[in-house]
Design a protein around this ligand. Structure first.
Ligand SMILES: Nc1ncnc2c1ncn2[C@@H]1O[C@H](COP(=O)(O)OP(=O)(O)OP(=O)(O)O)[C@@H](O)[C@H]1O
Length: 204
């Protein structure tokens, strides 16, 4: 029992829970292999990826199992390019440039509303200033073209911005356009807005 847990822990170290389950199951089936730490038994070579571990792994008397040791896949980059949350299959664009706007890279997610998702857009090229559309961080609101708010064209919110943009109380919209299956609105990234939303959420 002691070593059964040890085996699972070893497998967790290579970051594969499924594999951990199969290793644990295999070890349980093998019986004797679970006792002792390798005395008289061949150790599993974890570096040898995609190798069939044949008879002998389970120790003396064990019949052995054909256990596929699959390669360890490292998750290195943050997975921003995800599938649209409403079950649509358009991946979110990694970079956004609308018209002659600067190029923004999708960064962390700020939130999700009734119709779309909002991300921080980090300016990676274009733009000479550091305010307005040239700010280093903007808010990018993405609504899928097949989403519920876009059945008859661009989101209604866009009309509001067209009419009232710049009025007191409205976040300043810089650009809006379609890209990669999404309606995208580039607007002022407001940290105060985030705090406001947080307080509202706490009090409701
Ligand atoms: N400009 C912004 N700056 C900072 N955070 C924002 C900004 N816009 C949206 N957010 C964050 O993203 C969340 C979702 O915004 P969103 O506009 O999609 O929600 P909403 O107000 O419910 O709109 P809708 O129902 O029209 O989709 C907000 O609750 C807020 O936390």
């Amino acid at each position: 029992m002691q070593d059964l847990r040890g085996g699972t822990r070893r497998s967790k170290r290579i970051n594969d829970n499924q594999e951990a389950a199969s290793v644990a199951a295999a070890a349980t089936r093998c019986g004797t292999a679970t006792r002792g730490r390798g005395r008289g038994r061949r150790a599993m070579n974890q570096d040898d990826n995609a190798k069939l571990v044949g008879p002998g792994t389970c120790g003396r008397g064990g019949r052995g199992v054909n256990l596929l040791v699959s390669p360890v896949v490292e998750k290195t980059v943050e997975r921003l390019v995800s599938v649209g949350e409403e079950g649509k299959t358009s991946p979110l664009p990694e970079r956004v440039q609308l018209g002659n706007s600067p190029v923004y890279k999708l960064d962390r997610k700020l939130g999700k509303g009734g119709f779309g998702q909002v991300y921080v857009g980090r300016r990676i090229s274009g733009g000479i200033g550091s305010t307005g559309a040239d700010a280093f961080e903007v808010a990018l609101k993405l609504e899928h073209q097949n989403g519920k708010g876009c059945s008859s064209g661009p989101p209604f919110e866009w009309q509001v911005y067209s009419t009232l943009n710049g009025r007191y109380g409205l976040l300043l919209a810089h650009y809006k356009d379609q890209l990669g299956g999404y309606y995208i609105l580039v607007s002022f990234f407001s940290k105060e807005f985030l705090i406001h939303c947080f307080i509202l959420e706490k009090n409701t």
